[in-house]
Design a protein around this ligand. Structure first.
Ligand SMILES: Cc1cc2nc3c(=O)[nH]c(=O)nc-3n(C[C@H](O)[C@H](O)[C@H](O)COP(=O)(O)OP(=O)(O)OC[C@H]3O[C@@H](n4cnc5c(N)ncnc54)[C@H](O)[C@@H]3O)c2cc1C
Length: 501
């Protein structure tokens, strides 16, 4: 088995992992592992923008107020304050690195900010509707000369004498051992576990499972956000997301009679929080109507949506777009402090796989990219500030086994179950049955086959969602229990924490 020694191992090459890598000192050796093109993360797909209080009518305090309001009584006030006060600096750093955000006028003029759902003023810095791609181009350009990239899947973290000392990575050539003074999980979300999702196929909850396997504390796992307006056409589970910024720009959600119905559910109508819109859309056939918007502005500002719709024979300028909700964002994950530290010394978690507490029970548009940047940078600074000390001993490597299982059928079952039982509406009976049924896949051994490995990770993550959702006997934010349809004040601010014994 090949061995690599490094100062920092970052598992995940999305916005969080790469932004963190750029904030480590030049002399720090950094290995970044990612699952490659087929297992890519969500960052390049982000459309609407990154939230930062940069506008003249905005302030970190107003950003914090919006974040806390949408978070449904569950946000961590200190984490929110940091997010909102540091996001502007992070966005301006991206600008300095050459990220091509839209401007109000000439190049170099003020940034154009888009308004997304739940934002009381326009706050999302964006690059038309392909913000994630612009950010990732910038980050890759600056990170690639500074880090060693390994393509493969981290199968297990290594913990020795109570601290994390790296992990093992399954590559095309076999298993590699990476010994690291500090290890950072930046593995993204778990949307790909659902039958309908906006996430790429690699979003299989690996960070949650990797953390869980070595006893890291997890929290807020029950909160999975569903994007209300994914295009309801096409095959497979990946759906084109129709960004909230379209509704921010004035697009309507209508029913079969062409009637706008969202004001019956919330006074903000189309810009109500995502969970409200998602539940309302689930209850009836719905369409997004952009036909009254200026066609030139539509094509200019939303090229990803326009191009994506055209591949399905739809033109947002002329056609109503059928929409349905899709799994979009994992609010919970590996629980961290304000500098990305997990409960295991020298193990950090950042970005979507982390649970910093900023999103509470529901995430505000634009806040996940902001969180990835702010807490990625904070984790890098914490790593820089900690005492160095090379790894003294590595535990025994895992034995990867050959597993015979019909992976495609198993994945289908997992996704169907997640959608129907761990989805937008849940109840005790369904959650219990999902939890029990998932055990078979969750107990799969570590396999030398990536699809089986991801099935194992995914089933473990989904099982934890079921467990947490079952325990939270109330409805709050994105967690909606049909058998407990209202928020229970005694649950406000209670974060469910899990650690494997
Ligand atoms: C369609 C879409 C649109 C979105 N739009 C917005 C938006 O406008 N604004 C906003 O704030 N947020 C948006 N989001 C959410 C946001 O994009 C993500 O939350 C954020 O990009 C996550 O970044 P990350 O770095 O944590 O993870 P990701 O970008 O998902 O990266 C995860 C990385 O981890 C790697 N990885 C995973 N498991 C392993 C493993 N076992 N071993 C090795 N590597 C592994 C992957 O290969 C990948 O490199 C959107 C999401 C989607 C899907």
């Amino acid at each position: 088995m090949d061995r690599i020694g490094t100062d920092v191992l970052i598992v995940g090459a999305g916005a969080a992992g790469l932004f963190a890598s750029l904030h480590l000192p030049e002399e720090t050796e950094v290995v970044v592992v990612d699952k490659g093109h087929k297992g890519r993360g969500s960052s390049p797909w982000a459309q609407g923008g990154v939230a930062a209080a940069l506008g003249p009518e905005d302030s970190p305090e107003l950003h914090a107020q919006d974040t806390v309001r949408v978070a449904a009584g569950h946000a961590d006030a200190s984490a929110v304050a940091l997010l909102c006060s540091e996001a502007p600096e992070c966005v301006l750093e991206l600008v300095e690195l050459g990220c091509d955000f839209d401007r109000l006028g000439e190049p170099g003029s003020e940034l154009h900010l888009a308004r997304e759902g739940g934002q009381s003023v326009a706050r999302s810095a964006h690059s038309s509707d392909a913000t994630g791609a612009a950010i990732m181009r910038t980050l890759r350009r600056h990170a690639s000369p500074r880090v060693t990239r390994v393509e493969g899947a981290c199968v297990q973290l290594a913990v020795s004498e109570g601290r994390c000392v790296g992990g093992w990575v399954l590559t095309q050539e076999g298993l590699i051992e990476v010994q690291a003074t500090s290890t950072v999980l930046a593995t993204g979300g778990l949307g790909a576990l659902y039958q309908s999702t906006t996430n790429p196929a690699g979003a299989t909850g690996d960070g949650i499972a990797l953390g869980w396997d070595v006893g890291a504390g997890l929290s807020d796992i029950e909160f999975v956000q569903f994007h209300p307006t994914a295009l309801a056409v096409g095959e497979g589970n990946q759906r084109l997301m129709l960004t909230e910024a379209l509704r921010g720009a004035g697009a309507y959600v209508v029913d079969a009679e062409g009637r706008r119905f969202l004001f019956e559910h919330h006074s903000d109508g189309e810009l109500a929080p995502r969970d409200v819109v998602a539940r309302a859309i689930t209850a009836r056939h719905s369409w997004l109507d952009c036909r009254h918007l200026d066609p030139r502005a539509l094509r200019r500002e939303f090229p990803t949506v326009v191009k994506g719709c055209r591949t399905f024979g739809l033109d947002p300028v002329k056609d109503l777009l059928p929409v349905m909700p899709a799994a979009h964002y994992s609010v919970g994950g590996v629980q961290t402090d304000l500098d990305g530290r997990s409960s295991i010394p020298r193990l950090y978690a950042i970005g979507e796989c982390a649970s910093t507490g900023v999103h509470g029970a529901n995430r505000l548009g634009g806040n996940s990219l902001a969180e990835a940047l702010v807490f990625g940078r904070r984790a890098a600074r914490a790593i820089e500030g900690q005492r160095a000390g090379r790894v003294k001993s590595m535990p025994e490597p895992p034995q990867l086994q050959k597993v015979s299982i019909r992976v495609d059928a198993a994945w289908k079952r997992l996704k169907d179950m997640s959608w129907s039982l761990l989805g937008i509406e849940r109840d005790a009976e369904g959650l219990r049955s999902a939890h029990d049924e998932l055990e078979e896949f969750a107990r799969l051994p570590l396999a030398a086959d990536r699809a089986v490995l991801e099935l194992r990770f995914g089933a473990r993550a989904a099982r934890l969602v079921a467990r947490a959702a079952l325990l939270r006997r109330e409805s709050r934010g994105v967690h909606h229990r049909a058998d407990h349809p209202d928020p229970d004040p005694s649950w406000a601010g209670v974060r469910l924490r899990f650690t494997r014994k």
